[in-house]
Design a protein around this ligand. Structure first.
Ligand SMILES: Nc1ncnc2c1ncn2[C@@H]1O[C@H](COP(=O)(O)OP(=O)(O)O)[C@@H](O)[C@H]1O
Ligand SMILES: [Mg+2]
Length: 242
């Protein structure tokens, strides 16, 4: 069987030999990964292995010490997050970042451009789609953790994003909310968006992701299909230390 190299245009994001050190800690160590357009790509690895730092480097919250981050054909390494956002990249955080003293509706509309008159209508529609209309005027600080995660998800639909990074969206979320988050991920993929996801819920990661990159001590120690990484000896060692 001949192997056909993927077309360059199929790759929306490519991190190449990216490194980031914090004091004495090499948080990301010469890591490379590729994200196919329209796909769900996963990042897994033990706590402290550099997953969130990699997301911060990609989204412009941190500057890499070295390496390239090619997004839509441009090197965005070191570009500030507002520039990267404007290029169509959105994200959620491991700990949600809603404005507690704003209502759900306000949290959703505040991220849109000032001149976007349809923002409130769109926000109401998105909330209604997931059966959350009753939360519209609730202060974000009054929401359950899972509800906050969901609102953070919906807020991403308020802006035009092509690539969405989700940092541990399922952590601490009950099964009902988890189902809603999964529905939203499905909807994004149907809309043609691309997703880069990290989570500790292995069953979900294996089910959702087309390819997975495994981090350990800041390095990518394995990548491949879920079946391939599951069988990888280095992955077993990183997780179970055997
Ligand atoms: N801003 C920071 N300052 C210092 N150390 C950091 C900072 N961010 C992350 N680290 C360290 O970098 C390493 C990787 O962290 P992180 O990327 O959060 O890992 P993960 O998301 O895989 O749990 C950890 O040792 C963490 O303590
Ligand atoms: Mg993390």
């Amino acid at each position: 069987m001949s192997r056909v190299a993927p077309l360059a245009t199929d790759i929306i994001l490519q991190a190449q030999n990216v490194s980031k050190r914090f004091g004495g800690i090499q948080a990301v160590d010469n890591a490379s990964l590729q994200v196919g357009r329209g796909k769900i790509t996963g990042v897994i690895g033990p706590n402290g292995s550099g997953k969130s730092t990699m997301f911060n480097l990609i989204t412009g919250l941190e500057k890499p010490d070295s390496g390239q981050i090619i997004y839509k054909g441009k090197n965005i390494a070191g570009k500030p997050s507002h520039i990267v956002n404007r290029m169509g990249m959105g994200r959620t955080f491991q700990l949600t970042r809603l404005f507690g003293t704003m209502t759900v509706l306000e949290n959703m509309t505040v991220v849109t451009k000032e001149n976007f008159g349809g923002a409130e209508a769109l926000a109401r529609e998105l909330l209604a789609n997931l059966g959350l209309s009753r939360l519209s005027n609730e202060y974000a600080s009054n929401l359950s953790y899972g509800q906050q995660k969901l609102v953070e998800f919906l807020r991403l639909s308020m802006i035009e994003s092509d690539l969405i990074l989700l940092d541990e969206p399922f952590a601490g979320v009950n099964p009902v909310m988890e189902k809603k988050l999964l529905e939203q991920i499905d909807a994004w993929i149907i809309e043609g968006k691309t997703i880069l996801l990290t989570d500790h819920e292995m069953a979900i990661m294996m089910e959702l992701c087309e390819s997975i990159f495994v981090f350990d001590y800041g390095s990518v120690i394995a990548h491949g299909t879920p079946a391939e990484v599951r069988e990888d000896r280095r992955v077993m060692e990183a997780y179970f230390g055997s």
